[in-house]
Design a binder for this molecule. Structure first.
Ligand code: ATP
Ligand code: MG
Length: 247
């Protein structure tokens, strides 16, 4: 099983929107998908709740957690629960437990997508340690672009500390990109100059359809409005590249 972690400590950069669409995309492509919602805000859970399996995301930190498919459309959600915030106060052993539990569920799923909270607690570190791939949505504004160095350091730090040099960093994915904003375009150019090798080849344009899709609990490409259809084409092209990287 491949495990892709959608991570950025910064809030509101599009992590959950990317995570749920990636899950839908992979499930439509006949992959057996497990989604872990590690964020107690439970946004991904709200959108994907019809796929909820018996185990919650907090259960994933317990010894020998059993993770079984929901049996619905190739998708299984381990939902966020309020006790997730307690996980951040667990002993350090819990960090490796997530990885062990996912490895034990290998025969049931092809890909695990982990949506992380906008903080760097034990849950996010455990997700990075369990990852085979990491994708980091970023917002093209000044503070976000400046925060990129910290983001890369976090990822490399977790990799080194827990001996996971094999984790593949797919890159920084510019999201909620207002392509008409000269400032955002300038930030993207600067980012490509300063850290080009860490930037994913693609971006997600800011479009109205995404909020509607998440509220309707359906992928943006299934909505009727023309702007949603356009958003659907764009994000599918990006997700196809992500799927290709997962192999
Ligand atoms: N491409 C997009 N175009 C327009 N709006 C978007 C896009 N992606 C996300 N949004 C909106 O931006 C807000 C933040 O997105 P999202 O919840 O995906 O971010 P997040 O990084 O998961 O946030 P948090 O850190 O709070 O979990 C939401 O209201 C969402 O609908
Ligand atoms: Mg989120």
């Amino acid at each position: 099983m491949k495990t892709i972690v959608i991570n950025n400590q910064k809030g509101g950069v599009g992590k959950t929107t990317v995570a749920v669409h990636l899950a839908w995309y992979l499930a439509e492509a006949d992959r057996r998908v497990l989604v872990l919602d590690m964020d107690a805000q439970a946004n991904a859970t709200d959108t994907l709740k019809r796929y909820a399996g018996p185990a919650s995301a907090a259960d994933m930190f317990k010894p020998a957690a059993e993770i079984r498919p929901s049996g619905i459309d190739n998708l299984t959600l381990a939902p966020a629960v309020t006790s997730l915030t307690d996980v951040d106060r667990s002993e350090a052993g819990a960090i490796l437990r997530l990885r062990e539990n996912l490895m034990a569920a290998d025969e049931h799923f092809d890909v695990c997508v982990i949506d992380t909270p906008p903080s760097l607690g034990l849950r996010s570190v455990a997700a990075l340690v369990a990852a085979s791939h990491v994708l980091s949505p970023i917002y093209l504004e000044d503070y976000s672009v400046k925060g990129v160095k910290g983001l890369l350091q976090t990822f490399i730090g977790a990799q080194q500390r827990y001996g996971r040099p094999d984790v593949s960093f797919l890159g920084l994915l510019p999201s909620i990109f207002n392509t008409r904003s000269p400032r955002q375009r300038a930030h993207l150019e600067q980012l490509l100059r300063d850290a080009g090798k860490y930037v994913f080849p693609g971006h997600i344009v800011a479009r109205d359809g995404y909020a509607e899709a998440v509220a309707e609990r359906a992928p943006v490409w299934t909505l009727k409005r023309r702007s949603a259809q356009e958003a659907g084409r764009e994000i599918r092209a990006v997700l196809a590249k992500v799927a290709e990287c997962l192999g």
